[in-house]
Ligand binder design. Structure first.
Ligand code: TRP
Length: 335
């Protein structure tokens, strides 16, 4: 049976190691399994908070270049920009009629963002999860690889699909499954390992960006907070969030289980050895990608061509779903 994988990614050039391990490398792996694997840079979602139009375009290019540098291959997946495929906005509207307002009001992200934004809380922010549901449902995707923070949005999208099918036609839309990556979802801030690594609200020293210079990466890891166990113990444990984080990052980057990393480091002299090992492994992974990024990012014409070709492929799929949805809802001229 064919499996459509779909994920959306915010347009920003400030992707960090948590995004890299938790999402971007999962996208690359998804190219083998997905039939097809579809990845969408969500510029429409980005308009729900304050932003500059010209900067948004730049950030879409940054993101496309990062994804391509990481190994997304336009021949093996569909990479496109949400705003190029009008079916997303149309389906969002149609799904809004089977989405209870109360549920949208209760969403954590809406609550957090609307509290943070005292000036003007756009209705688009409330509809954000409905647009996200439309993104996935338009492709009848079965699997959605995203982090733990998207759990609520995934639940809503499953509810919306189920409700739509109950009201307008059995099995018209596919109810998607959430796929949370095992380790990436847990990458922690290096300075405050109790919290997730994050672009907003994290510490600058504790956040490793995909495009950080190797020197900066090394110094961030060297200053990572560990603990004062004496002698130092290189093992994972709830009482050891800093050390656990470093072990898990190293395991993820090497592609081995964390137990292996613990075994390998039994002879280490202290946390310094662990920090340097992680930093070197991360630099070894990111430096070649950064070089590819610089080459790709410099050619905006080529990036636009890749996005346009992706949008054509995406639209061909989404248009079929929309034709079924319009027909089932009695909207527009009959087929
Ligand atoms: N809301 C997601 C995030 O902030 C991005 C996103 C938009 C998405 N549409 C999606 C993720 C569809 C998965 C599927 O990370």
């Amino acid at each position: 049976m064919s499996l459509t994988i779909f994920s959306g990614i915010q347009p920003t050039g400030r992707k960090h190691l948590g995004n890299w391990i938790g999402a971007i490398t999962q996208y690359v792996a998804g190219q083998q399994r997905g039939d097809p694997a579809i990845y969408c840079i969500v510029d429409l979602h980005a308009t729900t908070v304050a932003y500059e139009p010209a900067v948004l375009r730049e950030r879409v290019h940054d993101t496309a270049a990062i994804l391509l540098a990481a190994g997304l291959d336009p021949e093996r997946c569909i990479l496109f920009r949400q705003g190029d495929v009008p079916e997303h906005a149309e389906l969002c509207w149609l799904l809004a009629s089977v989405t209870p307002l109360g549920e949208l009001n209760r969403m954590h992200q809406f609550r957090d963002k609307s509290i943070a934004q005292r000036e003007l809380v756009a209705a688009g922010l409330l509809l954000y999860p409905v647009l996200q549901a439309a993104d996935v449902l338009a492709y009848r995707a079965g699997e959605v690889p995203v982090g733990e923070d998207q759990r609520e949005h995934l639940e809503l999208m499953r509810d919306v699909a189920t409700r739509f099918n109950a009201r307008f036609g059995d099995a018209l839309l596919v109810v998607p499954e959430h796929r949370i990556p095992a380790v990436g979802a847990r990458v922690r801030d290096l300075q405050e390992p109790e919290r997730k690594m994050s672009t907003t609200g994290g510490s600058e020293q504790g956040t490793v960006y995909v495009l950080d210079e190797p020197g900066a990466i090394l110094s961030k890891f060297k200053r990572a907070v560990t603990d004062s166990d004496d002698p130092p113990q290189i093992r994972r444990g709830e009482d050891k969030p800093g050390v656990t984080n470093l072990i898990e990052i190293l395991a993820a980057v090497r592609g081995v289980p964390p137990e292996r990393v613990e075994d390998d480091l039994t002879g280490a002299r202290g946390y310094g050895d662990l920090k340097v090992a992680v930093a070197e492994a991360v630099v070894a992974e990111l430096a070649p990608a950064q070089e590819r990024y610089r080459a790709l990012r410099a050619d905006e014409g080529a990036l636009e061509e890749i996005l346009a070709a992706g949008a054509d492929k995406a639209r061909a799929i989404a248009a079929r779903t929309l034709a079924d949805v319009r027909d089932a809802m009695g909207v527009g001229a009959p087929r």
